[in-house]
Design a binder for this molecule. Sequence first.
Ligand code: MF3
Ligand code: CO
Length: 263
Amino acid sequence: MAQIKTDIEIEKIRKSSLLVGKTIAEVASHMRPGIPTIELDKIAETFIRDHGALPAFKGYHGYPGTLCISVNEVVVHGIPGARELKDGDLVSIDCGTIIDGYFGDSAYSFGIGEIKEEVRLLMVRTKESLYKAIAIAMAGKRIGDIGFEVQAYVESFGYSVVRDLVGHGLGTSLHEKPEVPNYGKRGSGSKLEEGMVICIEPMINLGGRSVMQERDGWTIRTSDHKPSAHFEHAIAIRKEGADILSSFEEIEQVINKNIQIIR
Ligand code: MF3
Ligand code: CO
């Protein structure tokens, strides 16, 4: 059974998730062709610790980074390293923090410099699919309704939904019940209840849905090497609708300022 959070707990998850958005924005302000992804990871770790928080991913099942930085054909869990960003890259940044024992978790996909129109549209529509799901996420709906919204929207463009990885509950652990797939049937799965906190995180492929894990034990990439986009919000379920606990506001301010570098 998924946990029901008190309003006080939800505010703690919000505080942590808002710091994640600020961290990703700080990272975005340093994105440019030629920067190694490990540099972005260091910027994120310093920023998080300077704000009195802990990087939630670092050490999680032995994960080495503060961020997951997933470039082009990498879907999620890309380990920061020597790989340099280059013009035309699709870069997904996934970040988690812990403040006062409560986790924040959010992700955003960026384009570097001149990106192909098909890649730009993949990012736009993946983000739109997240908001389609959020729009119906309220008490009384079911987990399958969320997946249905994402899947119906992105498949209408010929994209495919990654099924091997899913969203999740969030609280005093990074991954709590329930699992939140990005595919599903309307009216199926467990019921959403007032006070549940979940992360919805569509991972959408331009090509086929098949993915593989690299030999590093983390990196997930598309089998056909075509690009994949990823966006994630943490939300609280309320009777009237979803309360979005994370925020893309600061991230999008940076994008709008640096439109020639990232979009
Ligand atoms: N946002 C990802 C998730 O919800 C982050 C987990 S990556 C890990 O699954 F490195 F922490 F494992
Ligand atoms: Co997540």
